[in-house]
Design a protein around this ligand. Structure first.
Ligand code: AR6
Length: 273
């Protein structure tokens, strides 16, 4: 056995320490990467066994806006205010597409983590660290590997979006977007645009949005709904591959606002506003 000098011994210890650090970094990143890859290729029946709860909701159990409108009598009596009409008139809609698009949007009342869609959007913070509200619910349902993947992304600025796997969620992907805390309408619009911009690259045909920024970040609910609906309307007019955009309303106030404003942005009957 060769006799090592003290310099060689120190060098050897330092080398093996470096190797073990490298190994643990590689092992940590491999854990979420390989699980993400495995889940993406699992047959749906196998994947369903991993969901945290059995009460997941498949896409065609979420009524289209058209069906919702017909089945919920009395929605027509919900009239927009004069300010709603002014806000709505800021975009020009292609009314030829009204009928087609009314089948491509939905209001869903409840927990976004239950939806088996291609992507759900998370109202995240700029550090992409699990917080409260919908963010907390998504991280709890997805499991700890979601945070591990988020940790590799280097955060996300306000108005931007980042995409990760959905892990134990019924949704294939989570798109994390950071809403404004100062009421900035352009930043909120950008959250919706940047989230939708992932659709073509990741072949996302169905996506569900919570009411971004309207909880802890305090954005006014009604203006937030106008921004969500107008951005979704313009996106759908120009992207025929998107099959379903779901507006996930969790609070009664948002249900009421969306039921009113959807009638302008996605009219079922021709009405001029
Ligand atoms: N499913 C759908 N919507 C939900 C759920 C759920 N399970 N839980 C809450 N909401 P918020 P923000 C609704 O506060 O305002 C976090 O700590 C909620 O009722 O979740 O963008 C992040 O880490 C409201 O309508 O998001 C950030 O620090 C909407 O989701 C910060 O909060 C958004 O409320 C982001 O604040």
């Amino acid at each position: 056995m060769p006799v090592l000098s003290s310099f060689q011994r120190i060098h050897k210890i330092a080398f093996s320490f470096k190797q073990s650090c490298l190994h643990s970094v590689v092992r940590m990143s491999t854990e979420w990467e390989s699980e993400k890859e495995r889940l993406m290729s699992l047959p749906i029946e196998e994947k369903r066994k991993l969901y945290k709860s059995d009460d997941y909701i498949i896409l065609n159990r979420v009524d289209t806006w058209c069906k919702y409108f017909v089945e919920n009598k009395g929605l027509e009596a919900k009239n927009p205010t004069a300010e709603d009409v002014t806000e709505f008139r800021k975009i020009k809609i292609d009314s030829e597409k009204n009928k087609e698009l009314a089948d491509k949007v939905s209001i869903f009342k409840g927990d976004i983590t239950k939806l088996e869609v291609d992507a759900i959007v998370n109202a995240a913070n700029s550090m992409l660290k699990a917080g409260g509200g919908v963010d907390g619910a998504i991280h709890r349902a997805a499991g700890p590997l979601l945070q591990k993947e988020c940790n590799t992304l280097g955060g996300c600025p306000t108005g931007e979006a980042r995409i990760t796997g959905g892990y134990n969620l019924p949704a294939k992907y989570v798109i994390h977007t950071v809403g404004p805390q100062n009421g900035s309408a352009p930043n909120l619009k950008s959250c919706y645009e940047k989230s939708l911009a992932y659709a073509s690259q990741y072949n996302i045909r169905s996506i569900a949005f919570p009411c971004i920024s309207t909880g802890i970040y305090g954005f006014p609910n009604r203006l937030a709904a106008h921004i969500a609906l107008s951005t979704a309307r313009k996106f759908l007019e120009n992207n025929s591959k998107m099959e379903k955009i779901i507006f996930c309303t969790f609070m009664p106030i948002d249900v009421d606002i969306y039921e009113t404003l959807m009638q302008m942005y996605f009219p079922i009957h021709e009405r001029n506003y």
